[in-house]
Design a protein around this ligand. Structure first.
Ligand code: SF4
Ligand code: SF4
Ligand code: FES
Length: 261
């Protein structure tokens, strides 16, 4: 599709979406204590934007992966405060919403080069780990479905590997911390566990060491030089003609043409 046609089609899609929004039923929500009527079906983030808020912080990917949009809400008739990612949660009538643009959580300072894989490395830097009362509020708050309390328990036992594996998909949104009775900062602890696991516990990848050595020794210098001097069209042609890896290929798959390997 030409750039002109593409622009036209995305403009049409936008107009269509705007029409759909304008036709949607309006429902009341309370944003930072003020009532607004917004189209139903919007996410908390879009509802706030519809009401006139402009995000200059607290918004990144809009797809549930950057962890920037932690938000607190309460439903009518429910005494409980709940948390969610504003870009993922859909509004409900009479919800009260407030965003948490930044969490001033405690983050330990350390020189990573001085750390080892010893079991006590994480709890030495975060002794508050032992204030955990095993209430599981953190797990219930996690939009990633991580068993947060289990990872905290693993850290208390000095099992950095298990903690790093359980907390692997943490997006650092801080929602677990916002609900924690023990004032723990689970996401910084998990990040430290993942760093130690990656750098000190998992075995070195031999093939990676060999490849970086080959790069340092100039094995690809000529090839890179050749690519650098190609025109944009030549590069595109090369890309179009590339041999694609089949979806079912195993770990040992290699292209027939090894010129660029
Ligand atoms: S573990 Fe905590 S910081 Fe990480 S994704 Fe879950 S709630 Fe967010
Ligand atoms: S919310 Fe805090 S105190 Fe409760 S289980 Fe999780 S880490 Fe422990
Ligand atoms: S904006 Fe990235 S998770 Fe919501």
């Amino acid at each position: 599709m030409s750039a002109k046609k593409k622009d036209k089609s995305s403009a049409e899609t936008m107009v269509k979406k705007e029409r759909e929004v304008s036709k949607a039923k309006l429902i009341p929500v309370h944003i930072m204590g003020k009532r607004y009527d917004v189209p139903e079906g919007l996410t908390l983030m879009k509802a706030m934007e519809y009401a006139g808020y402009k995000f200059i912080r607290g918004c990144g990917c809009r797809g549930g992966t950057c962890g920037a949009c932690g938000t607190v809400y309460r439903k009518p008739g429910d005494y409980r405060l709940q948390v969610a990612l504003a870009c993922q949660k859909t509004i409900e009538p009479d919800m009260h919403i407030t965003q948490i643009p930044f969490f001033p959580a405690n983050r330990a300072h350390y020189e990573f080069a001085d750390l080892t894989s010893a079991p006590e490395e994480v709890f030495k830097l975060y002794p508050e780990l032992f204030r955990c009362v095993a209430c599981n509020a953190c797990t219930k708050a996690c939009p990633q479905g991580i068993e947060v309390m289990d990872a905290v328990s693993a850290l208390k036992q000095g099992n950095i590997t298990v903690a790093a594996q359980i907390g692997f998909e943490c997006i650092q949104c801080g929602l677990c911390t916002s609900r924690c009775f023990g004032e723990l900062v689970q996401y910084h602890m998990f990040q430290l566990a993942r760093r130690i696991y990656g750098a000190r516990i998992t075995p070195r990848a031999e093939h990676l060491i060999e490849m970086t050595k080959a790069i340092d020794e100039g094995r690809f210098d000529n090839t890179l030089e050749k690519l650098r001097h190609m025109s944009e069209e030549e590069l595109k042609e090369l890309y179009r003609k590339r041999e694609e890896e089949p979806v079912t290929a195993g770990e040992d798959w290699r292209p027939k043409d090894k010129t660029y390997l």
